[in-house]
Write a protein that binds this ligand. Structure first.
Ligand code: FMN
Length: 192
């Protein structure tokens, strides 16, 4: 698909079929992440791909555990694809996705957070090109800031210099694929 068309049709998906994405596609998505712009050219990121639905559910629950909805009261994300902001009964921040990538970035680096999200966006676009749905999910830091999370980081041998910044959920959309909201006008200016 033409790139602009792909960007215009690619939505954040929060309803997934149980069907797993192939390892081959997963590897392409990870590779796309590694080619994202990275401040200083240092490639200070690390991706962990979780393809175990039970483990993803466990981590997805940690992602919501400390989520403070009161800070976002009044926000509304989507009726078609409700987020944890819209539906307080949701227990996992990963929405039942069969695969979830954790994007880690170097802890004490000035552009650690934007670098991680650039990586996530490359993964989202690669997934869309492969017909795979996704959603960027925040709160990487809080998700692992507890005993269960710390034990997982040890198990995965994550360097102490790295911290989880965000996630990319991956899978196949369950139900109708949503359309984009109309774009707000006057959000750009071209200076000649
Ligand atoms: C930095 C960032 C953080 C986000 N965090 C979450 C999140 O934690 N949970 C979630 O469901 N969606 C999250 N999203 C997805 C947005 O909710 C989504 O992009 C927005 O509602 C617009 O919908 P669309 O992507 O379908 O156009 C995040 C997006 C960005 C860019």
């Amino acid at each position: 698909m033409e790139l602009l068309e792909l960007m215009k049709t690619c939505r954040s998906i929060r309803k997934y079929q149980g069907r797993q994405i192939s390892r081959e596609d997963m590897e392409k998505i990870i590779e796309a992440g590694t080619y994202a712009p990275n401040a200083g050219g240092g490639q200070r990121r690390f991706i962990v791909d979780i393809r175990n639905a039970e483990l993803a559910e466990k981590i997805g629950r940690l992602n919501v555990a400390r989520f403070d909805r009161s800070k976002l009261s009044g926000s509304f994300v989507s009726a078609d694809q409700p987020s944890i902001i819209d539906d307080p009964t949701m227990k996992s921040g990963f929405y039942g996705a069969p695969a979830v990538c954790v994007v880690f970035a170097m802890k004490n680096f000035l552009y650690s957070i934007p670098g991680a999200f650039c990586c996530a966006e490359n993964m989202v676009l690669m997934a869309a090109e492969l017909g795979i749905s996704s959603c960027i999910v925040a709160r990487g830091e809080e998700t692992f800031d507890n005993e269960i999370g710390a034990a997982l980081l040890r198990e995965w041998n994550i360097s102490e210099n790295y911290i989880a910044r965000c996630f990319v959920t991956l899978g196949y959309c369950d139900g109708p694929y949503p359309e984009a909201k109309p774009r707000k006008s006057h959000r750009a200016k071209i200076i000649e």
